[in-house]
Design a protein around this ligand. Structure first.
Ligand code: ZN
Length: 379
C-alpha cells in the first residue's frame, strides 16, 4: 500500500487545529478509524489519536506498537507525532495522557464514541476537573474536500474499476449464477491492484434488478434479463463505486424506457455540478428528469454519496436530511469534492436500472473519474 508522505499530514493537522476554537476545545480525541488514518497514516482495528494544539499522540496497544512506531519513523510518519502504548485499557491510558498534557476541555467525536465509553471518560476526567465536550464532524469537514494526493489516488482507482466493469460486462451470459459472476468480479478487483472490494459486490438478474441492494444468489441469468452490476474497490485506503445495467440479448421496450429515463437523469445531474451549486440542486435535476418520464416514484434513493476513505461519506447528494446538522440541501459544492451520481428506477417484481459514475468537482465543473460507456449494454 502506498501512503501519502508524512509531511503532508501536517497540513491536515493544521486544518483540524484551526477548528478547535470554534468547537471550544483545546484537544480532540479522534477514535473513528478512517479519521485516525486520514491524520496519521495508521490503520488498525484499534488505535486512537489525541491531537493537542502543539502535539499529537497515536495511542495503540501491544498488537500495534511495533508497526505504529515503525510507521512514525518512516517517510509516511507525521513529523512530531509520537506513539503511546496502552497500559491497562485505552480509556485509562487516554485519561493519564490528557491529565499529563493539561488539555481542557477535550473534544470527542460524538458520532463515533459509544455511550459506555463516553460515560466512563466523563467520570474519570471529572476527578481531574477536565471537561469532555462533544464535537461533530471536525475531521470529516476537512475530508470532504480532497487534496491533490487524494485526487491522484481516486483518479487511479476510477480507471482501474472501469476496467473491471468492461471485463464484467463482457463476461455476462445466460446460465451463469449471480454469485459466480460476483466471485469473478471480486477476483478481477484484486487482479487490477485493489486491496479488495469497497463493499459487497451486487449482481442482480431479471426481477432481482428491482431490489436496489440485492445480494447475489443462485439464480441463473436468462436470455432477455436485465443484469445490474454495482461494485467498487479500495486502493491505498480510497474507495470507488461503479454501476451499470446490461441486457442479455435485445432489451424489452420497457427496459429501454427505464434506461433512457435514468440516463437522462444522470446527465441532468452532471450538468448542474460545479462549485457553488448545492447538493439539493444536483439531486433535484436528476429527480425532475426521471419524474418527466413518469418514474419519479420509482427513484427510491438519493442521487449520490461522497467517496474517500469510506465508500459512503459526505457529501450526501440527496433530498433534505433532517438528521444532519446543516440541512443537506444547503451543502454547497466545492472544488475537490468527490462523489457518485447514481440515479436508478426500480419496479417491484419487474426490474430496475441504475447508472453510477464517480466524479471530482473542479474549479469550472467536474471531472469524471470512471470511464465506461453509459448506454444500455447489450451482451
Ligand atoms: Zn454508490
Amino acid at each position: 500500500m502506498s501512503l501519502i508522505p508524512g509531511t503532508r499530514l501536517l497540513a491536515r493537522l493544521a486544518a483540524l487545529r484551526s477548528r478547535f476554537d470554534g468547537a471550544g476545545v483545546s484537544a480532540l480525541l479522534v477514535t473513528d478509524p478512517a479519521n485516525v488514518f486520514y491524520l496519521s497514516n495508521f490503520r488498525g482495528t484499534a488505535g486512537m489519536l489525541l491531537v493537542g494544539l502543539d502535539r499529537a499522540s497515536l495511542i495503540v496497544d501491544a498488537r500495534y506498537i511495533s508497526s505504529a512506531t515503525a510507521l512514525l519513523e518512516s517517510t509516511a510518519g507525521c513529523p512530531g507525532m509520537a506513539t503511546v502504548e496502552v497500559t491497562g485499557s485505552y480509556e485509562e491510558t487516554l485519561v493519564d495522557l490528557v491529565v499529563e498534557r493539561g488539555a481542557d476541555p477535550v473534544g470527542f467525536e460524538s458520532r463515533h464514541v459509544t455511550v459506555g465509553r463516553h460515560d466512563w471518560l466523563v467520570g474519570a476526567l471529572a476527578e481531574s476537573r477536565i471537561e469532555l465536550l462533544r464535537t461533530t464532524g471536525l475531521v470529516e469537514q476537512a475530508r470532504v474536500v480532497k487534496d491533490a494526493d487524494e485526487l491522484e489516488k481516486l483518479r487511479d482507482a476510477g480507471l482501474r474499476i472501469s476496467r473491471v466493469m468492461s471485463e464484467a460486462l463482457a463476461g455476462l451470459r445466460p446460465g451463469r449464477q449471480e454469485r459466480e459472476v460476483a466471485a469473478d468480479i471480486d477476483r478481477a478487483i484484486q487482479a487490477v491492484g485493489f486491496e479488495g472490494p469497497s463493499f459487497d459486490t451486487i449482481v442482480a438478474g431479471g426481477p432481482n434488478t428491482a431490489l436496489p441492494h440485492a445480494r447475489p444468489g443462485q439464480r441463473e441469468l436468462e436470455a432477455g434479463d436485465l443484469v445490474l452490476l454495482d461494485f467498487g474497490g479500495v486502493l491505498d485506503g480510497y474507495c470507488v463505486d461503479l454501476s451499470r445495467t446490461a441486457s442479455l440479448g435485445p432489451p424489452t421496450g420497457e427496459a429501454m424506457a427505464w434506461h433512457r429515463a435514468v440516463c437522462e437523469g444522470h446527465a441532468a445531474a452532471l450538468e448542474v455540478v460545479r462549485p457553488g451549486a448545492t447538493v439539493g440542486e444536483v439531486d433535484s435535476a436528476a429527480r425532475l428528469k426521471i419524474e418527466q418520464h413518469g418514474l419519479g416514484e420509482r427513484f427510491v434513493h438519493g442521487t449520490g454519496h461522497g467517496l474517500g476513505l469510506e465508500v459512503h461519506e459526505a457529501p450526501r447528494i440527496g433530498k433534505r436530511d433532517l438528521s444532519a446538522l446543516v440541512p443537506e440541501d444547503e451543502v454547497v459544492l466545492e472544488s475537490g469534492m468527490v462523489f457518485t451520481i447514481e440515479p436508478g428506477v426500480y419496479l417491484p417484481s419487474r426490474g430496475g436500472v441504475r447508472l453510477e459514475d464517480d466524479l471530482a468537482v473542479t474549479s469550472t465543473g467536474y471531472e469524471l473519474l470512471t470511464d465506461v460507456p453509459r448506454g444500455l449494454c447489450v451482451v
